[in-house]
Ligand binder design. Sequence first.
Ligand code: MG
Length: 219
Amino acid sequence: MPEEELSKTIELNEDLIENNEKLAAQNKETLTKYNIRSFDVVGAIGAGKTALLEAISKRISKNKRVLVINGDVTTRIDADRIERHGVKTIQVNTGRECALNSYHVSQVIKNLDLSEYDVIFIENVGNLICPSDFILGTDKRIVVVSITEGPWVIRKHPMLFKFSDLAIINKIDLIDVIDVNIEDMINDAKQINPDLKIFTTSAITEENLPELIKEIFSD
Ligand code: MG
């Protein structure tokens, strides 16, 4: 690519990111005005984002009104899984885009009666790279990886860990059959972001879920 074209592309991307940040700030203001706690859940396909949201929603929906916004390229499989637990979901199909952006979220919340919700989880499109550039305006970002993604998954994706508040290392119920050292994974995450709160979980056995939920809703 000629140098001039390349610099134009970079400028364009910077505009995109700047506009995204402005809209994210508006989203945050709107959600805060309605006293809604909001969370952006990112991670690869198959890390267990939906399974964790099912398990978390099931526990908290007894005393909190929960909405889950599901980003997906084409399907509503995840939204249907979560709705089985009586939690309201909204599906956002992103088409060719590999992450949700703050415009998607603004369009969803614009058309909602926000007084009907206490908590909004946004399950981002399954991807460990794209979402790092696009904040959505939530209170916290939660990154989910699983031990089945191999021992280097955290070290290979530093950006998402750098800009998340909470990291979940999921599928610890499989530790006997997967050759990874969870302590090493935790140390990788801490090295990238010393402020990161890190939890090891299993959405199946629900190990450490109460502690995780407590941390998610802490200020
Ligand atoms: Mg999912």
